[in-house]
Design a protein around this ligand. Structure first.
Ligand code: AMP
Length: 331
């Protein structure tokens, strides 16, 4: 294949249109990998539009599938012996390398939650860490040089163990949730000191920083460590804030949201996947990455579990990305 030649014309790869003409196999020869660590789960979810039980979920799973639209993914996590083989087959069919996935005796991480009509607010009913309680991430040798690392939502102590095992990535991004702010705040603050970009939702940013202002919260977080903070506001879009820069992206005006589970994870996965796929951490490119993240998240919420995320086409992603440009256009 003539593919390697494309590397020398990398600037053209950075335009989204060209990028989407490549197949996943072509991309895997051209791009940087994303290393993703986080929960791999079986979820029970109830929304006003239905419910599912023991469905594929977990922060690392949502974010890996989202990132895989742009770059090859290496996942690190653990599943129990109840994790269905069809889920393993699905992940590996989507350009997700599973060498870093451990299988342990016991049950897979299990989360049960529900949403009322305010779909921005998840209500946790149960969190069973199960096999994650004994889990120690072991980063395979070939993963250690990954330039892009995403610490998806999981115990911040495990996130720190991952950071200890990787060799100077070009970009490290972390995500978390109120469960860890409540139970492991010190370790979480350590993680924040060591990453480049932190993702939080609005309620988590307010809770962690003890302020009602999201702008103040972002500046406070930047003082702790990360160079940049991305605050997810559900149906109200997302903010990317760094010292002296402020970017606000809308969310896609969906008329029907069926299940918001995994919106934050697919947003972050789409973001880091796009940055890795383009291997460009300039501020302008990070803005595009926020919009690609929002694009992928908007598909994810159209159905339960990973049903929609597993069927999107590249054309659909690009069309919706272009619609975002129209929605946000300003002279
Ligand atoms: P999101 O809706 O993007 O915040 O993430 C939903 C996913 O996070 C679900 O699939 C859950 O399995 C997973 N999850 C829920 N609670 C936790 C937790 N405490 N740690 C890690 N993952 C979690």
């Amino acid at each position: 294949m003539a593919l390697p030649k494309l590397r020398s014309s990398l600037p053209s790869i950075r335009t989204p249109n060209f990028w989407f003409l490549l197949t996943i196999q072509e991309k895997s020869q051209l791009t940087e990998n994303v290393l993703i660590v986080g929960s791999m789960a079986l979820d029970d979810v109830k929304t006003p539009f239905g419910e599912i039980k023991d469905a594929l979920g977990g922060a690392a799973v949502y974010s890996s599938i989202a990132a895989s639209y742009f770059a090859p993914v290496r996942i690190v996590g653990v599943v129990g012996n109840d994790f269905p083989e069809e889920h393993v087959a699905f992940l590996s069919s989507r350009n997700v390398d599973l060498k870093g996935m451990q299988r342990a005796e016991g049950k897979t991480f299990h989360w049960a939650g529900y949403y009322d009509f305010d779909l921005n607010q998840a209500h946790t009913l149960e969190t069973h860490l199960n096999v994650f309680q004994q889990f120690r991430p072991v980063i395979p040798q070939e993963y250690r040089s990954s330039k892009y690392v995403f610490l998806a939502n999981i115990d911040p102590e495990l996130q720190l163990q991952v950071l200890d095992q990787v060799d100077k990535p070009k970009l490290t991004v972390c995500d978390t949730m109120n469960f860890w702010i409540d139970t492991k705040k010190e370790a979480l603050l350590e993680v924040l000191k060591r990453v480049d970009i932190a993702f939080l939702n609005d309620a988590e940013a307010r809770q962690l920083c003890g302020t009602t202002s999201l702008v103040k919260a972002a500046y406070k977080l930047c003082e702790i460590g990360p160079k940049m903070v991305v605050i997810k506001k559900g149906e109200h879009g997302a903010l990317m804030i760094a010292n002296g820069t402020y970017f606000s992206a809308p969310s896609y005006p969906l008329e029907e949201v069926i299940d918001p589970t995994g919106a934050g994870d697919s947003f972050a996965g789409g973001f880091i996947g796009y940055v890795a796929g383009t291997d460009d951490i300039s501020h302008d490119n990070l803005r595009k990455a926020v919009v690609f993240g929002s694009t992928i998240a908007s598909f994810n919420v159209e159905d339960f579990s990973l049903r929609r995320l597993s069927t999107i086409t590249r054309k659909e992603i690009l069309d919706r990305y272009n619609e975002f440009r129209r929605i946000a256009f300003f002279e």
